[in-house]
Design a protein around this ligand. Sequence first.
Ligand code: ATP
Length: 215
Amino acid sequence: MIGLLGGTFDPIHFGHLRPALELLEELSFAELRFLPAPRPALRNPPLATADERREMVARAIAGQPGFVLDDREYRRPGTSYMIDTLRDLRAELGGEVPLVLIMGMDAFRGLPGWRAWQQLTDHAHLLVTERPGVPRTLEGELASWLEGRVLESAQALQERPAGGVLFRRQRLLEISATDIRACIAEGRSARYLLPETVWDYIQERRLYRTTNESR
Ligand code: ATP
């Protein structure tokens, strides 16, 4: 079973890393792949470049067994859509291995805005982690789509290669990349919100010193 963590990672922080490590240890993941999106859809352009964001992910996960950087989205032109990434992974890994796309509750609530969102579970399970301040109740098309898909246990992820949705309570760390960027732009330190190696890199490259999108 392989876990997939997509994101903008502008920058990667402990709110991504600690829940990911706990999932790696608690569930039977052979590996957990971090998939930075060079050109993410549905949001303002990132402040750090695609290469800088990938480099920060690489530094953050260096030396952690089971954590893998997968930069396949950098090899595709245009907007980075998760559905294309999942199709690509299936073509490479075959149809048997369970794939688990991990996302925070905030991302899950926005799922109906994703390209071909109803097909994501043709290729992978979804594992939705709760996030501080994000409500758990769901309504509308997402709630009706969810019917019949909810998995009751992590064990069920391994029984099929794709198709289910598992909600999980993880340790909650109230950290977001938005707050980190704002903190640095205000001249404050982001230390201890993210790995020291990433903080060093941010300082070296003078990232996020301004909220102006065109650095
Ligand atoms: P931004 O503040 O710029 O939107 P972010 O901190 O939410 O960034 P992303 O790279 O957009 O980070 O998120 C990637 C994934 O990680 C998403 O699925 C998101 O829900 C999840 N995530 C981010 N921060 C946390 C956190 N503190 N706890 C749990 N999940 C998180």
